[in-house]
Design a protein. Structure first.
Length: 298
């Protein structure tokens, strides 16, 4: 893709804004800042920085100039693309740096990367560092900053960045690294099915019926709820509660083990009950031997 030279970007923006057209506000808008978040692939351990430039202020100014016929829409689009492209090399280097921060953190902390990824759920690297003997949040930030600056220097040596670009990137790194160290990593999304367990076993235990009898009635088109309502002393609601007893016990254990917060557990109980209700009401054929749910017909 053709990229507008950076010198041309500055010339174009200067020409558009002029020295008195919109004053310092225009040039403040031109100075790009960003919102950024981090994400972690638990399987590979890869960390990704998602950086969203705050170009709204600049675009607002350019939109007004287009409306006043000072510039054309095509010129506005070209300027916005040029501003984005002007940071492409820097962003590529930054992406590589971020990609190595977790590995470097594990090295500093003396923890295997896989174990560190597991420990991150629901906490931050800074908190882990403070709990690690002989380490600390400040020390981790200093180590990662040195690691990042070394990577920037290598990018300069490899011709990927100019000295000016490197200086600007180094100036921006401390804020990003601090946010990375203080970032609270979310707990993994609970697997609802894992908490439901074996519905057929729970149904047999609650209904007091042989598996073959339940399977036969399911094949006839009934649901587990229908079977419960037709069983003396039993009910659909009672069957749901019986299945939920096991699910709630598993959820409580997950909270005790630190795998779920209480808020997550409360929300999960509602989600699991909704899923169990659908399973109990689903009309279909008998599930497999370890089945957790009747298989719907059709």
């Amino acid at each position: 893709m053709f990229r507008i030279p950076r010198r041309a970007v500055i010339v174009a923006v200067t020409a558009v804004f002029g020295t008195g057209l919109l004053g310092s506000a225009a040039f403040a808008a031109f100075a790009p800042t960003s919102d950024y978040t981090f994400s972690l692939d638990q399987a590979s351990g890869a960390v990704t920085l998602t950086e969203t430039p705050r170009t709204d202020a600049l675009k607002t100014i350019l939109d007004r100039l287009v409306a006043k016929n000072v510039i054309t829409q095509a010129q506005e689009d070209a300027i916005l693309v040029a501003v984005r492209d002007a940071h492409a090399d820097r962003d590529a280097v930054l992406k590589r740096i971020v990609g190595g921060l977790l590995q470097e953190s594990a090295t500093y902390l003396g923890i295997q990367p896989k174990d560190l990824r597991t420990q991150l759920a629901g906490t931050s690297l800074g908190a882990i560092a403070d709990k690690t003997a002989g380490k600390g949040r400040g020390g981790l930030i200093a180590d990662l900053t040195a690691f990042a600056n070394s990577a920037v220097d290598k990018a300069v040596a490899d011709g990927k960045l100019t000295q000016d670009e490197a200086a600007k990137l180094k100036a921006a790194l401390p804020d990003r690294i601090t946010k990375f160290v203080d970032h609270i990593w979310p707990l993994p999304k609970p697997n609802v099915r894992a908490f439901i367990g074996d519905v057929m076993k729970d149904a047999r235990d609650y209904l007091g019926l042989p598996r073959k009898d339940i399977a036969s009635q399911l094949r006839s088109g009934k649901s587990l709820g229908d079977i419960a309502e037709a069983t003396p002393g039993k009910s659909r609601a009672g069957l749901i509660d019986a299945i939920m007893d096991e699910a709630n016990a598993k959820i409580a254990k997950a909270v005790a083990d630190g795998k779920l917060t209480q808020a997550q557990a409360d929300k999960l109980k509602t989600t699991v009950r909704d899923a169990v209700t659908k399973l109990v009401d689903r009309k279909g054929s008998a599930p497999k031997s370890n089945g957790t749910a009747p298989k719907a017909n059709g």
